[in-house]
Design a protein around this ligand. Structure first.
Ligand SMILES: *[C@@H]1O[C@H](CO)[C@@H](O)[C@H](O)[C@H]1NC(C)=O
Length: 493
């Protein structure tokens, strides 16, 4: 008797990080149970069949850099999206798993309270599966002693900052975090910019009464990122423990990373669509418009910089491509970008513009549509590698029979989707703009499946997923290379 499945996907071209094939996929319950040559499922009975019509069938997107429902960091601004609206936006753009931040404030001693509070925000409200990175604002003895519990609770990564007064750690604190992370098998994410250089540049600009949004870029010179990246690599090499440098924007920082990788160090790197598609011109629009593209690090000098970042993605320097979705409403002087417009600063002040851009929904479509990455590389950096780096593979990020959750994007076959210009009103976040307004959309997920359920059908109802279907996923240690010399670390004598 023929096998019975809940859902089969036929006539697609399956793409993973290692293989492109004409395969059909069978799903039972929440899992992928068969990936077989095209046609081999024709006698199977299935509750539902989707004809991919030759479109690509890929593992669902994993966005490992997402800020939702965070308290104010810069003056008065606070995140526009909460877990409901952010995860809704994710699913409508083909992202089936997100890893958001659970931010510990400098004034707080413990991380476990932060974890509990963040669980409470996400529980029963998400459209996608999720986990958290603990953001360590205060590596107190208590916080360091809790890393072990974090691992037991399925949290295998945390993030630290080398800039922002409210969060910046000094090098001794970074070494504390790296050493304890090494002991517990945790991957440390580093925001690598030199905070003091940025403060100094900011003061120089203020002396000259230069307040417009574009000076945000001037206040974050490439040198601040290059120096901090090299320092982070050095600290990581010293402790011999893996780090992931988040949102790399500068070719020279990428070159440092590449050299470290060539030496065999476990240095991983992330970049984001902002650094592929935007330049400083986008912060230099009439009036206050440029604030829409203010994020840190800022979009860089020229398209040549963007080309280098694309090259780094193609040649493996960048392990992952995340959105750094960090949304603030534009036309909002209570919580958004315009909080920095005051009587004192009628045209705003770059220093007080909340830093960040929305992008969780556009990450996959814009990157695939740009047609600059090989397909396997696209899957690798947007899904498989985030899963491997953050301990989710092969449950997430793959199409592995019997092992992978049925989290799948089915894209449009060539010629089937009419190109269109992106408009913010097409998106599902709770933000009044997208930095990618007007960009040509050449591809979009036609169907998205999360643990066996069709949660997005672009032409028939759009969002079909349900709030609360997304669940917390406990993560394991990274499956990418770890310390070169495992065993106890001690100071070199
Ligand atoms: C790979 O990309 C990085 C980052 O743009 C660059 O530094 C490097 O020269 C590129 N090529 C090779 C062969 O490493």
């Amino acid at each position: 008797m023929a096998n019975v499945y809940d859902l089969v996907i036929v006539n697609g071209v399956t793409v993973t990080d290692t293989e492109i094939s004409e395969c059909d996929v069978a799903i039972r319950g929440e899992k992928i149970v068969k990936v077989v040559r095209r046609g081999e499922l024709k006698d199977a009975t299935a509750g539902k069949t989707i004809d991919a019509e030759g479109g690509y069938v890929m593992p669902g997107g994993i966005d490992a850099h997402v800020h939702l429902d965070e308290p104010p960091l810069f003056g008065k601004g606070s995140t526009a999206d909460n877990y409901e609206t952010g995860s809704r936006s994710a699913i409508c753009g083909g992202t089936t798993t997100m890893v958001t931040f659970a931010p510990q404030k400098k004034s707080e001693d413990t991380l476990l309270d932060t974890l509990r509070a963040t669980h409470a925000k996400a529980k029963d409200t998400c459209y996608v599966d999720y986990s958290f990175h603990l953001l360590v604002g205060n590596p107190s003895p208590t916080a360091l002693s809790e890393f072990k519990t974090l691992r037991e609770e399925g949290i295998s990564s945390l993030k630290i900052y080398m800039t922002y007064e409210a969060l910046q750690l000094h090098d001794g604190q970074i070494l504390d975090v790296l050493l304890e992370s090494r002991r517990q098998g945790i991957t440390t994410m580093v925001h690598a910019e030199n905070g003091q250089v940025i403060d100094w540049m900011t003061a120089q600009l203020e002396k000259r009464k230069m307040f417009a949004p574009k000076y945000h870029g001037t206040s974050h010179p490439p040198m601040a990122e290059i120096e901090a990246t090299y320092r982070a690599i050095s600290l990581s090499e010293f402790i011999d423990t893996p780090i992931l440098i988040v949102h790399v924007s500068t070719p020279a920082a990428a070159a440092h990373i590449k050299q470290a990788q060539d030496k065999g160090l476990p240095i991983y790197a992330e970049t984001c669509p902002q650094y592929l598609f935007l330049t400083k011109k986008d912060m230099d629009k009439p009036g206050f418009e440029g604030a829409k593209c203010v994020c840190s690090p800022p979009p860089r000098e020229s398209e040549a910089d963007c080309d280098h970042i694309w090259e780094g993605l193609a040649n493996g320097t960048f392990t992952i491509l995340s959105s750094d979705h960090c949304p603030f409403r534009y036309d909002d002087n209570v919580k958004g970008k315009k909080t920095c417009i005051t009587d004192e600063y009628p045209v705003g002040h770059f220093k007080y513009i909340p830093n960040g851009c929305p992008g969780i929904e556009t990450r996959l479509a814009l990157t695939l549509g740009a047609d600059r990455l090989e397909l396997k590389k696209f899957v690798e950096v947007t899904s498989s590698n985030p899963a491997k780096l953050y301990g989710l593979y092969p449950r997430k990020g793959g199409l592995v029979e019997g092992e992978s959750d049925a989290d799948i994007n089915i894209w449009y076959p060539a010629g089937k989707m009419q190109e269109y210009a992106l408009k913010n009103e097409m998106l599902h976040h709770d933000v009044d703009y997208t930095p990618f307004e007007g960009r040509t959309v050449k591809q979009w997920p036609r169907y998205t499946i999360l643990r066996g359920q069709v949660v997005w059908d672009k032409e028939n109802g759009g969002l079909l997923g349900k709030k609360g279907y997304g669940k917390f996923i406990k993560r394991d240690a990274s499956s990418l290379a770890g310390p070169r010399n495992p065993g106890e670390w001690d100071i070199p004598l």
